[in-house]
Write a protein that binds this ligand. Structure first.
Ligand code: ATR
Length: 273
């Protein structure tokens, strides 16, 4: 019988996840169908329960429910615990839900495998201190960078993150205007790009070999990556690869099979033109 999966969110109709996951299913020959699921803002839990009771095998969780999914889970992976957010739920044989977060693994795989970016021993600057950034810190720190600096508009939130992850590696926090030195990799994890805004950081953060990564993506270069290009960054990458890689990692959690991502990424890029 065909297994059923879905991405749950609100709004959800524009999600690319069904195209990505159904392409993975076709490619790997896994017998599954993946659809969107709109949950009411006040009844995420009920929507998930009904989906699972009606035979659903697993879910991806997106805005604004990742923290709700974290609270609902029976069992959390270590990376989901650290993220305090969940983007993948898997129905276990005993009917309970395993909760995982594949966002950070997706980011790291996109950086290291698709773009050959070395993280070990590198200086990393992360802009933003919301859920998106918390979700990727453990997998980034596991690659043993020389250090991570988190800069945020509200500095206290960056300080909290730095404290929460201090046991995993060298990590510090500051406000945008106090950033010192230059960085090998700068990751934009703020939602400023959505509003077409650029976090007010000094241009001195860029050196001649700097790579920038915007966790956002769009049909054009993001404001952040455009700024980086204009100020001499070696290379800029947008978040489309992270989207596809976190999906592939979720597919692996559910099915134990790792799909190839290159063709799916290419077709999404072609669609955007
Ligand atoms: P997400 O789940 O996407 O991380 P979030 O938890 O609301 O969403 O966090 C949004 C992040 O983007 C925060 O770091 C926020 O900064 P504050 O903590 O100071 O609110 C940051 N952000 C949003 N709009 C921004 C802007 N225009 N300029 C700079 N930072 C911005």
């Amino acid at each position: 019988m065909t297994d059923l999966y879905a991405v749950v969110g609100n709004p959800i109709s524009h999600s690319k996840s069904p195209d990505i996951q159904n392409a993975f299913a076709e490619q790997t020959g896994e017998d599954l169908f993946y659809k969107t699921l709109l949950a009411p803002l006040d009844d995420f839990e009920g929507e998930v329960r009904r989906f699972i009771e009606h035979g659903g095998s697993g879910l991806n969780v997106t805005v604004p429910f990742k923290e709700n999914a974290y609270r609902l889970a029976n069992e959390l992976t270590t990376r989901a615990k650290r993220a305090e957010a969940v983007n993948t739920l898997k129905k276990m044989p005993d009917g309970t839900l395993l909760a995982d977060n594949t966002d950070g693994a997706g980011l790291v795989r996109d950086l290291m495998i698709n773009h050959s970016v070395v993280l070990e021993g590198k200086r990393i600057l992360i802009l933003g201190a919301g859920g998106a950034v918390r979700g990727v810190l453990q997998p980034l720190l596991e690659q043993q960078p020389a250090g991570i600096v988190i800069a945020n508009r509200t500095e206290s939130k960056a300080q909290t993150l730095a404290k929460d992850f201090a046991d995993l590696g060298r990590i510090s926090a500051c406000g945008f205007t106090d950033i010192e030195g230059s960085f090998d990799l700068i990751i934009n994890g703020t939602s400023a790009s959505l509003a077409g805004e650029m976090p007010p950081i000094p241009v001195s953060v860029i050196h001649q070999n700097t790579t920038t990564y915007d966790m956002m993506y769009g049909s054009n270069t993001t404001v952040f990556n455009q700024w980086a290009e204009d100020h001499g960054a070696l290379r800029t990458i947008d978040g489309l690869g992270m989207l596809v890689e976190q999906a592939a990692e979720a597919f692996y959690v559910w099915r134990g099979v790792r799909p190839q991502t290159a063709r799916v990424m290419q077709s999404l890029r072609n669609e955007r033109r």
